[in-house]
Structure formats: structure tokens, C-alpha cells
Design a binder for this molecule. Structure first.
Ligand SMILES: Nc1ncnc2c1ncn2[C@@H]1O[C@H](COP(=O)(O)OP(=O)(O)OP(=O)(O)O)[C@@H](O)[C@H]1O
Ligand SMILES: [Mg+2]
Length: 270
């Protein structure tokens, strides 16, 4: 049977019934299937993290329904990974998930080795306390901890926050390889559309708890008001194509993928 995450009319309030009640999600309908790569955009406070928590089954909606695959098949890497650390060493932190799935010790070891290696955490630091790692390394460890579960759905909340240029490029490469090899579904939030464009095809846009668009990069480019109203921007490659098209250059600006955009530049340069 095909795996999917299905949210129907999901509403979430923090501190319900108190003076601090905040509506974080309002009537969200969403279906996410296998082998999808999805960007989740929206200004601060739009409800992106809340949506990911519901999709991961960590938060039960106050109203509506969330149907989620079980057994470690959905994993969420938190926006502030250091807040989730609890183990004495990086190794144990990454081993917790697979151990909890009840896997044999050998299988746990193999997965942890693979996951810590995949994110490029230097081996001499595998025995360090997670709190002793630099923030970029903590990001890598948080990712390794969820990868070790070998999820079919990987939800990443602001995975590049705190990473330097090389860290971002490394992460981008790791994620592209993972998708190629495993066909896993990715849902990623980031402030930078430029990081998301090469990794994703479908684009979700949130504003004040509402899913205001469920679209693609190409269609988003054709309807710039959606992003502009929220103070967000298209990826630089698409913005440049639109500028060139405006000036009369023979390019097709509404490209769905970074490969498509690059092909337009290549044609232009002859
Ligand atoms: N743990 C919490 N307790 C109370 N209110 C919360 C909590 N987490 C989020 N909120 C509120 O819910 C709304 C949505 O927050 P959420 O963190 O989901 O947004 P976001 O899109 O992830 O924002 P950011 O881009 O800043 O991470 C906001 O109004 C926020 O203040
Ligand atoms: Mg957030």
C-alpha cells in the first residue's frame, strides 16, 4: 500500500482556552505522498514548524484529522536541534531512534555509522557530547539522528540555519543523493528559496496558519503576488530569468526546476 501523510481540516491552537490562545493552523488540507520533494515557505509565525510537527505526529490537531504512517517512517529534524539533544554522546544520540524501533544491535550500529558518515560529522567527534559540538555540527548530528531511522518521509525544519556556505552546499548534496538513492519524500522549510529550488518541485506557501498555495516553482513565478505579499522572493535564478524576459531576451522564465533554469541561461549564451 502506498504511504501518505493526509491532513484534513487541521486546526491547531496553542494554549487553548486561555488568554494566550494562538491559532497556529487553520483548516489545513494536505496530502503528501511518496517520493515528493516539497518546499514549505512562509514568513515567521506562519505556522510552518507547527505544520511539520503535526505531519510528524508530534502534535495532535485540536480539530480535523492527521493520518500519518507509523513505525518511524516519518522523521522530523527540529528547527532548534540542540533543544532536542539528551544523550551523552553524538553516537548515542543518533542510535536512539533505531534502538527505539527495536532493531538488532548490529543493524543499529550499521545505520548510525552510515548516518553520521553521510552528514560528514568527523569520526573523532562521535564520542563527544552533542552540546560540545559547534552549531553547524549540531545541525549535522540532528540530521543524522533522523536519517538513522531510514524514514520514508523526512521533514526538515530550517536545516540550513546556522550553517556556513560549505555546510549548506554539503547538506544540499547529501539530500540530493539521499533522494536519488532512496526515493524518500522531503519536506523542507528555509528562509532561502535559493537553497530549496534545486531540492524541491512542489511548493507550499503558508500565511497566518493558512495554506495559501500548493503549487510549483514555475507556477509560483507566473503568480508573483503570492510571494510578494508575504515579503518572500523567488529563487535568484528565476528572478533573473524574469528580468531578462522583461528586457526582451528570448528565455522562458517560468521554469519548474533549477536544471530548466540553467538550460535557459545556456541557450541565451549560445
Ligand atoms: N510552543 C508554542 N507555544 C505557543 N505558541 C506557539 C508555539 N509554537 C508556535 N507558536 C505560535 O504559533 C504560531 C505559528 O508558529 P510556528 O512556529 O509554527 O511558525 P513558523 O512559520 O515556523 O515561524 P518561523 O519561521 O519563525 O520558524 C505563531 O504565532 C507562534 O507564536
Ligand atoms: Mg518555524
Amino acid at each position: 500500500m502506498a504511504l501518505e501523510i493526509r491532513l484534513s481540516a487541521v486546526t491547531v491552537d496553542y494554549y487553548p482556552g486561555t488568554a494566550w490562545q494562538t491559532r497556529a493552523l487553520a483548516g489545513v488540507n494536505l496530502l503528501v505522498g511518496e517520493n515528493e520533494q516539497i518546499a514549505l515557505l512562509g514568513p515567521s509565525g506562519a505556522g510552518k514548524s507547527t505544520l511539520l510537527r503535526v505531519m510528524a505526529g508530534l502534535l495532535v490537531p485540536g480539530e480535523g484529522q492527521a493520518v500519518i504512517p507509523e513505525g518511524g517512517r516519518v522523521a522530523l529534524a527540529l528547527q532548534e536541534p540542540q533543544r532536542g539533544f539528551f544523550a551523552a554522546t553524538a553516537w548515542e544520540e543518533a542510535a536512539f531512534g533505531p534502538e527505539n524501533l527495536g532493531l538488532a544491535a548490529g543493524e543499529v550500529e550499521e545505520r548510525v555509522r552510515w548516518a553520521l558518515g553521510a552528514v560528514g560529522l568527523p569520526e573523532e567527534k562521535w564520542s563527544w557530547s552533542p552540546f560540545a559540538l559547534a552549531s553547524g555540527e549540531q545541525r549535522r548530528l540532528a540530521l543524522a539522528a533522523v536519517l538513522a531511522m531510514r524514514p520514508r518521509f523526512l521533514l526538515l525544519d530550517e536545516p540550513v540555519a546556522g550553517l556556513d556556505g560549505r555546510g549548506k552546499r554539503d547538506l544540499s548534496r547529501i539530500l540530493r543523493e539521499l533522494v536519488e538513492k532512496t526515493g524518500m519524500t522531503l519536506v523542507i522549510t528555509a528562509q532561502e528559496a535559493d537553497f530549496l529550488f534545486p531540492l524541491t518541485r512542489r511548493v507550499l506557501v503558508m500565511d497566518r496558519g493558512v495554506l495559501v498555495a500548493d503549487t510549483s516553482w514555475g507556477r509560483l513565478g507566473e503568480d508573483p503576488a503570492v510571494l510578494e505579499e508575504l515579503g518572500l522572493e523567488l529563487p535568484a535564478a528565476l528572478r533573473l530569468l524574469y528580468r531578462l524576459a522583461e528586457k526582451g531576451a528570448p528565455v522562458v522564465p517560468g521554469q519548474e526546476s533549477v536544471e530548466g533554469a540553467m538550460e535557459e541561461f545556456r541557450k541565451l549564451l549560445g
